[in-house]
Design a protein around this ligand. Structure first.
Ligand code: IMP
Length: 196
């Protein structure tokens, strides 16, 4: 079966192909399926955004399509930046600017609890929809540490590992991360779906 990944990122393609190993699924990037879909992520939740993207690519390509949406939710900020994680603080900020803004907005706050969330949605032309959600709980550090990863990784501290995401190797991060968890749930659901 061919499965189109609603993304232009070859790294995400490799990651998904590896976790679906043995299922007889060939994962394609949008460009390899001959589609180029620009969708506005207008959903109020990660689930909605993943669904919007997967549905649009499924309709454009006529093939099953999978999409993900993720972000960071901070308790003391009522779940912000949430679905706005990539655009927190506006277009002018880069990753460092965004995590600095986050630390500024938490200055003086003792409740540092946060979680990363990843939602995956897979839409089939016959109307079947498979969804998976993964989370990873942590706290927002008082200062950035580590240089691996991307985005908010330097300020996302995992108490169980006593390290930020940016201090973990890619393998260590994948074993506990929201995306790793969501991908593992998705692989299991797809396996069940293809069996039945
Ligand atoms: P997207 O789902 O790939 O669009 O990611 C949304 C945004 O959430 C990213 O631009 C990052 O700011 C943030 N984010 C999602 N996952 C991670 C992660 O694993 N580490 C750091 N930041 C992340």
């Amino acid at each position: 079966m061919k499965l189109v990944l609603a993304s232009k990122n070859p790294h995400k393609l490799e990651e998904l192909q590896a976790i679906l190993d043995g299922l007889g699924v060939e994962v394609l990037l949008e460009s390899d399926a001959g589609v180029d879909v620009e969708v506005e992520e207008t959903g109020a939740t990660f689930e909605e955004n993943a669904r919007i993207k997967a549905e649009a690519v499924m309709k454009a390509s006529g093939l099953p399509a999978v999409a993900d949406d993720s972000g960071l939710c901070v308790d003391a900020l009522n779940g912000a930046p949430g679905v706005f994680s990539a655009r927190y603080g506006g277009e002018g900020l880069n990753d460092v600017g965004r995590y600095r803004l986050l630390m500024d907005n938490l200055r003086g706050m003792l409740d540092r609890r946060a979680k990363f969330v990843s939602c995956i949605c897979c839409c089939f032309p016959d109307g079947t929809v498979l969804e998976a959600r993964g989370e990873c709980a942590g706290t927002i550090a008082y200062a950035p540490q580590g240089s691996n990863g991307f985005g908010y990784d330097p300020v996302f501290f995992v108490p169980g590992m006593k390290k930020t995401f940016a201090q973990l190797t890619p393998e260590e991060k994948n074993a506990i991360s929201h995306r790793g968890n969501a991908l593992r749930v998705f692989a299991e659901k797809l396996r069940e779906h293809l069996k039945g």
